[in-house]
Design a protein around this ligand. Structure first.
Ligand SMILES: C[C@H](O)CC(=O)SCCNC(=O)CCNC(=O)[C@H](O)C(C)(C)COP(=O)(O)OP(=O)(O)OC[C@H]1O[C@@H](n2cnc3c(N)ncnc32)[C@H](O)[C@@H]1OP(=O)(O)O
Ligand SMILES: NC(=O)c1ccc[n+]([C@@H]2O[C@H](COP(=O)([O-])OP(=O)(O)OC[C@H]3O[C@@H](n4cnc5c(N)ncnc54)[C@H](O)[C@@H]3O)[C@@H](O)[C@H]2O)c1
Length: 309
């Protein structure tokens, strides 16, 4: 009911909130996550526009997609390398790139944002997009930690705004968290849920709470591993081995932090600490702060907790 009151208040037409079948997708941000999502969407027959700030970055994104597709076909088309190559070319044909968001969003059923984890930058982007995108277009953010309602507040399409939180590496990780705010319409939520299924993922429904389900449990664990190491209670290597062999995690917390990006993890924790400064689960780590200040962000910069050269 709250949604409909809101809808009347903003004067949306009913055609603007129909259940959208998502065929054409614009993904903003061609980094680790954006490239992975673009790959999966293109592999499942969607027409994808990938947007970033420069052609050089976009070239790198396409290279990443190509490299990842090669790994996928090696398995999927093990006995038919020619069919594998055909598949790669078909998928790549479904992806176009652009540095101009205005033209990229035209005709899009969904705009999915995967840019830097910064509220102001995300709000500025969506505020601009709101004026450029067609009325029916659904907006979604892949944010790891920011409230979706804070991001959507920069737009006038609160009913057509939700969260789609993918996991890294996107082509391998089966989960998608689908987040609805108090103003996300049922039609939008269902469209996002269906889209996740069409991508071959398993969606779970989440409330718009800090970290949704996974990160609210997982990021404090990563930080506690660093604090344990800082207390001198174990080496990085031993902690990683312990969590892999002791509880069967595919990566230890230091390997995984480097894989995700220390800047992303620190940003999540800093934001939560600001909201709830007395919560000991959100306590800082000197080592994490130091590595990020030195630009040692993990695999993507060649060094984090470990070196990758
Ligand atoms: C913070 C955010 O908000 C939320 C998050 O994303 S949290 C992070 C969540 N992600 C995780 O927890 C990842 C944990 N790690 C893993 O699951 C695994 O280590 C991994 C899938 C990344 C790699 O698997 P691993 O066995 O260690 O290495 P590797 O042998 O290289 O890869 C296994 C298979 O995955 C494939 N693979 C790995 N990465 C791939 C990619 N990017 N694209 C395509 N295929 C890939 C490999 O080709 C390989 O295939 P094969 O079995 O046919 O040989
Ligand atoms: N890394 C992870 O494991 C992970 C997992 C789930 C969600 N996320 C979230 O996904 C988002 C992206 O993370 P990432 O790891 O892919 O980051 P990344 O640094 O690899 O990529 C971000 C990309 O966005 C581009 N960008 C920045 N501002 C832009 C703008 N205004 N317009 C267009 N492009 C812009 C950058 O050039 C860069 O290529 C973040 O919100 C992050 O919290 C990350």
């Amino acid at each position: 009911m709250a949604f409909f009151a809101h809808q009347i208040r903003r004067g949306f037409s009913s055609s603007a909130v129909r259940n959208v079948v998502i065929k054409q997708v614009t993904i903003i941000g061609g980094g680790q996550m954006g490239a992975g999502i673009a790959q999966v969407a293109a592999s499942t027959g969607h027409s994808v526009n990938l947007v970033d700030t420069s052609d050089d970055i976009l070239k790198k994104s396409i290279k990443t997609i190509e490299g990842s597709l090669k790994r996928v076909v090696k398995k999927k088309f093990a006995d038919k390398p020619e069919a594998g190559e055909e598949f790669i070319q078909k998928v790549l044909k479904n992806v176009s790139t652009s540095t101009d968001v205005g033209s990229a969003v035209q005709g899009s059923d969904l705009v999915l944002e995967a840019i830097v984890e910064n509220l102001k930058i995300k709000q500025d982007l969506f505020s601009r997009l709101d004026k450029l995108a067609p009325a029916h277009t659904i907006f979604a953010s892949n944010t790891s930690s920011l409230p979706i309602s804070d991001i959507s507040s920069a737009t006038n399409r609160l009913d057509r705004f939700g969260g789609l939180h993918f996991f890294n590496p996107v082509p391998m990780m089966k989960l998608v968290e689908v987040i609805g705010t108090s103003t996300t319409s049922q039609e939008t939520f269902d469209s996002l849920l269906n889209f996740s299924k069409v991508l071959g993922k398993t969606p779970v429904s989440c409330k718009d709470t800090p970290g949704f389900i996974v990160n609210r449990l997982f990021v404090p664990y990563l930080y506690e591993a660093v604090r344990l190491y800082e207390r001198g209670h174990g080496s990085k290597e031993d902690i990683d081995i312990a969590m892999k062999l002791g509880v069967g995690y595919p990566m230890g917390p230091f390997e995984l932090s480097d894989y995700i990006g220390l800047d992303t993890i620190k940003f999540i924790m800093d934001g939560w600490r600001e909201m709830d400064p007395d919560n000991t689960l959100f306590a800082p780590s000197e080592l994490m702060d130091k590595l990020v200040a030195e630009g040692k962000l993990g695999k993507k910069t060649g060094e984090g907790f470990y070196k990758y050269k």
